[in-house]
Design a protein around this ligand. Structure first.
Ligand code: BGC
Length: 813
């Protein structure tokens, strides 16, 4: 295998080689390249030695082809966490590591990064996207792609464009004017093409201004190809191709997944009847061939088995990134770091404390190599302290899965008839299949029987739950308990293909073993691509007790309370209903903080949550979803071994009412009207003159860094900002110097550049921050071009969008 660097341009020799291959192909062979051969592969043409190329989902890991429970992979921090580092070099390193991971799965195309904007903090995929700010999101996208592609793997930037709402995403149309597109939503894609030479672009499920993005000629041809010069492959999101001729003519090269619905024989016929030109087919086939060449795919790649490589270097990188991403929102009286303080008892409390919450839900989920929980990380980091744990309250949205062997027997057809065609054993009580199930199972019509033996640990009423995409019914020791069979109706679970969780109670006796069995049928007509089933169980004592948590907190020298959301709450194909944490968690935080003045709240979420208790707790650390090293990264910050390096890549509003016009649900006729224009996130807050709970760019370090001076250096069109920093503290600290362009009234303000610095104790440092010319321009719809902001304008330099320390007016320089 070659380690070809994808930055190299397709040269003339390659053009000639590709042309010769196209000439050697029949029309059917050319067409075969234009849709997946399977769920995750392009088609091979063995006769001509053209290999298939395998893809894998990202973006926070390389999952491989099994949608759940597959070969293990490294789990990296999610995108919002990466953006919080404001550190493109680190993100590039992660990209390069991800490329290596993708190759362990035999994949040469990684389906990431996701760069839709944080327009609405309730978006279920907020965690998977970088930022609300186009400058930050662009820098992160470029770094990520450069890293991935330096490892011989093609990155796929997604979802082009306007996929800022998950609810009803297949039928909505994002209504966005051109100025807003160009200034806010296009920039990460444009930078990916122009600065990083991204190899693939994935279109979105939604339409843009009434036209499906996968067949939108203005988007794919006028803007992407002609204006930006994109020469890679455009692929559809999974099952989001809607036509044969219109999509191909607009520039959609690859229909995914395969076998394609609109290509294959249908496309051959369309060429034969003249509906589609042979030239359009050749043009797209040429691009797919160029991609195969760029990633250096070989015939043997397809045969590579997926393997798990759990490397110490990757562990260390993920741990470092997790700490660099964590945002210290508040730290009264320098409560953190805890090291050096007399701590003989630490109470670790909360629903996210004893299990590692590594990522959000949906296609970004992977089967991680391992998971370090906050409790494990803290115990290892404070060996001399007594570390006690209390749950306090449950954090799950659905009942917890049953861990342990769960056997699943598959039957041909939906009626459990005949002998099983396949038997497998899973590690826990959930199975999900996106597309194929296994070679032996026809995924269009099968049934399955799950069995698990559960030994009750206590006597009492246990809660039991069942949920499925497809129909299901659950029995204990042969006695029917729950059903989603006759009563099955579509809810929001499983990408909108599943029902709501069915719940009941069963009385179990300690020490007794129970046979739990679930019959599952992939319901004809109920679900097409996604099939899933899960059951959960909660023993009475595992529901947590507020009183126990408060008692523990009262006795402790310090409390680390790890609260937040998880992949049930924040997940693809669904948006959250509110900014609020489940009420039990707010109650827990308030009660614990009231009895222990040294309470650190660690918040896990991939999006803003309201923190009505923020005034009452001395320290708040936003940990995001940091991947498999979750607990170690947290412990590094608590001990002070690492600096909490993150700054908010998204504004944290105090309440949903503060969001202005942005609402959760699409309006009439499935339209999502971006009526706020460019005023999303902090720009919206500035325009409305309101203060959020925590502003964009905010984050405290362990140093005490002052912005001592700043100068503007103007050379022709180029403006450079020089910023002087001084660290007053006795310890090393970091700062992200942020430069905002501000109108004279201050009502509008936008980030134009940033730079991160680490300063030793009492160190002085000067940063030189160049502002790319385009960042000083706005799009003028009447002139249809970028026009530089007229002087005078102000460049404001500071530590967040609401903490601007030095103002420099350009007219004065
Ligand atoms: C998601 C994509 C993902 C694809 C394949 C879709 O549901 O929107 O981001 O890459 O599935 O899993």
């Amino acid at each position: 295998m070659t380690d070809m660097n994808l930055d190299t341009q397709i040269d003339a020799q390659l053009d000639a080689r590709i042309e010769a291959r196209i000439e050697a192909m029949t029309l059917a062979e050319q067409v075969s390249l234009l849709s997946g051969a399977s769920f995750w592969r392009t088609a091979a043409i063995a006769r001509l030695g053209i290999p298939a190329v395998k893809m894998t989902d990202g973006p926070n890991g390389a999952r491989g082809e099994d949608f759940s429970g597959g070969v293990r992979s490294a789990a990296y921090p999610v995108a919002i966490a990466l953006a919080a580092t404001f550190d493109p070099d680190l993100v590039q390193e992660i990209g390069a590591d991800l490329a290596r991971e993708a190759r362990t799965k035999g994949a040469r195309i990684l389906l990431g990064p996701t760069v839709n904007m944080h327009r609405n903090p309730l978006n279920g995929r907020n965690f998977e996207c970088f930022s609300e700010d186009p400058v930050l999101a662009s820098a992160m996208a470029v770094a990520y792609i450069r890293g991935v592609q330096s490892g011989g793997v093609a990155a796929t930037i997604k979802h082009f464009i306007g996929n800022e709402c998950e609810l009803e995403r297949r039928t909505t149309s994002s209504e966005i004017d051109e100025k807003t597109l160009r200034e806010v939503y296009f920039p990460p894609f444009e930078a990916a093409v122009k600065e990083a030479g991204v190899a693939c672009v994935m279109t979105a499920y939604n339409a843009l201004n009434g036209v499906h993005t996968s067949q939108n000629p203005w988007l794919l041809d006028t803007i992407l190809r002609q204006e930006w010069g994109f020469d890679g492959v455009v692929m559809s999101d999974w099952t989001a191709t809607h036509s044969t001729a219109a999509a191909l003519d607009a520039g959609l090269d690859l229909e995914m997944p395969g076998p394609g619905k609109f290509r294959g024989e249908t496309l051959v016929q369309a060429v034969e009847t003249g509906e589609v030109s042979a030239a359009s087919v050749r043009r797209a086939a040429r691009r797919v061939l160029a991609l195969i060449d760029r990633v250096g795919a070989r015939m043997s790649d397809d045969l590579e088995a997926e393997r798990a490589e759990d490397r110490p270097e990757t562990r260390a990188l993920i741990r470092r990134a997790g700490a660099e991403a964590a945002v210290l929102l508040k730290n009264d009286d320098d409560l953190l770091p805890l090291a050096g303080k007399k701590l003989s008892r630490i109470a670790v409390i909360g629903p996210n404390a004893a299990k590692a919450v590594m990522f959000g839900g949906g296609s970004a989920q992977i089967n991680a190599h391992y998971a370090i929980s906050p409790l494990e990380g803290i115990r290892a980091a404070f060996p001399d302290a007594e570390v006690d744990y209390a749950l306090g309250c449950p954090g799950d949205r659905y009942l917890p899965l049953v861990e342990g062997p769960v056997e699943i027997r598959f039957f041909a057809g939906t009626g459990f008839s005949g002998p099983p065609v396949l038997t497998r054993t899973g590690e826990r009580s959930e199975f999900r299949w996106f597309g194929p199930v296994a070679r032996e199972v026809d995924h269009r019509a099968f049934s399955a029987r799950l069995t698990a033996r559960y030994e009750a640990q206590e006597t009492g009423w246990h809660e039991i739950g069942l949920m499925s995409a497809g129909t299901s019914r659950l029995a204990i020791d042969g006695r029917p308990v729950l059903e989603a069979w006759e009563s099955w109706t579509r809810g929001f679970s499983y990408f909108g293909h599943g029902c709501a969780e069915r719940r009941g109670r069963v009385h179990l006796e300690a020490g007794k073993r129970y046979d739990i069995s679930v019959d599952y049928a992939c319901g004809d007509g109920i679900t097409t691509t996604l099939k899933a089933v899960r059951f959960g169980l909660r023993a009475p004592s595992t529901a947590g007790s507020l009183d126990d948590a408060v008692a523990l907190a009262r006795e402790a020298d310090a409390v680390v309370l790890v609260a937040g959301l998880n992949d049930d709450w924040e997940t693809e194909a669904e948006d959250r209903e509110s900014l609020d944490l489940p009420q039990a968690q707010n109650d827990l935080i308030e009660a614990v903080a009231a009895v222990n003045k040294s309470t650190v709240v660690v918040m896990q979420s991939g999006a803003p949550v309201a923190m009505p208790w923020a005034q009452a707790v001395p320290a708040i650390l936003q940990l995001w979803y940091p991947g498999q090293e979750c607990g170690n990264a947290l412990a590094d910050i608590l001990t002070g071994r690492a600096e909490p390096g993150g700054r908010l890549p998204q504004t944290f509003p105090g309440s949903v009412e503060q969001l202005g016009a942005i609402t959760r649900r699409p309006e009439a006729h499935g339209q999502i009207v971006y009526s706020e224009g460019t005023a999303i996130g902090y720009r919206g807050f500035a325009a409305r003159g309101t203060r959020p709970q925590f502003p964009f760019g905010h984050g405290l370090g362990y140093g005490k860094i002052e912005f001592t001076d700043a100068r503007l250096v103007v050379e022709g069109e180029q403006i450079t900002v020089e910023v002087d920093l001084f660290n007053h503290a006795e310890r090393t600290g970091s700062e992200v110097a942020q430069v905002y362009l501000m109108s004279e009234t201050g009502a509008s303000c936008r980030l134009v550049a940033f730079s991160r610095a680490t300063l030793a104790p009492h160190e002085k440092k000067s940063l030189t921050i160049a502002i790319p010319e385009r960042r000083l321009c706005t799009w003028k719809p009447d002139k249809r071009q970028w026009v530089r902001e007229p002087v005078p304008f102000t460049l404001a330099i500071g530590a967040s969008s609401a903490d601007l320390r030095i103002l420099k007016s350009l007219a004065q320089e």
